[in-house]
Design a protein around this ligand. Sequence first.
Ligand SMILES: [Zn+2]
Length: 408
Amino acid sequence: MKLWILIIFAVATLLRVALHLVHYRSAKNPVPENVADVYDTETYLRWQRYFGEGGRLAMIETLVSSAIMALLLIFDVHAVFASWFGQNPVATAVGVVLCQIVVEWVCSIPFNYISTMKIEEKYGFNRSTLGTFIKDEILGFFMSGIVSLLIVLVLCGSHLWLGNWMILLFAGVMCVFVVVMNLIFPLLSRLQNKFTPLPDGALRDKLTALLTGHGYTVKAIEVMDGSRRSSKSNAFFSGFGKQKRIVLYDTLLESMDEDEICAVFAHELGHGLHHDIPKLLLMNCGNMVLIALLAWGAISLPALYPAFGFDGVNYGFAFLILGSVGMPLISQLYGMLINAVSRSAEYKADAQAVEEGYGESLVSGLKKLSRENFSHLSPSKLVVVLEYSHPPVSARVEAIEARMDKKA
Ligand SMILES: [Zn+2]
């Protein structure tokens, strides 16, 4: 049993490394003609160096963290840790999860530090100070720790209480969790950033006109001080019903002209009109059902636990095996489906901006965004299909221009 788990883990790791490698090498792909003006030659060479450094770091991180996980598994370290927490199934599950998240966190710090404070810094993206970095790391640790512990407690409680019927309860709770996280996301990002209403003026009038043109209301159009952490730009749309918010990064307002901001906004409006957020949430709930099935599978393998030094079922360990063995192979496939739906939603949201008359501005806005975010212009098709929630910029520009031609 142990050998099989280790083999599956090794295969999942090798696939991840191979994918990193394909992505890494795609930096040499020729740049599509319709986005050739995003970077000048010097900037493009700089981008290649930046992408290469990030890619190498990600690969090393995957190898190091997988090697550490393999060692923990081989030497039954989780069981040793669990034994310090006595016999109670809840306490021992918590012990295993604590062991894992502390080890993962400690291993990730040097990589996050190099990524944020060295690489992003070197290429001028980082605006985090060491203080903000430390605060973010600690906050991130507590957030992911609390989430992991809550999930394990639900897993543990539902199985002890309901046996095999746990699937229903666990899947239900996870779905509620996904929806609630989406609802409180604006509140969570409020802990880390400042939000101010977009000031009155021509821009706000144009944006409001776009909204009222569709009899549409949102709770707020806000500007977020993303520039405190990074000079990369973004815009997002979150929440349901009356809680809908459109958030524009301050960096977006600094770098784009009025029509380009309207174009980005019209794109976000498209997501709202097409109900993309609830659709994707629903698909994520499907993923939770899949995870619940996998969790039930992991709990129902009695031979799994003695093989790794436990006396009996350990819910924390079931959760771990789920995360490192079950999910990379099975949930990744479902993730591919979600990404495909998301990419198609992006094309439709772009089409909405074209319908509003902002096609050309969207093209120039997307190019600016790519330039500022130092985006990959020619990613490999395989990586796009597996991991990209947004189509590459050249594909988007092509679709927008085709749509504009059709409209003209
Ligand atoms: Zn979008």
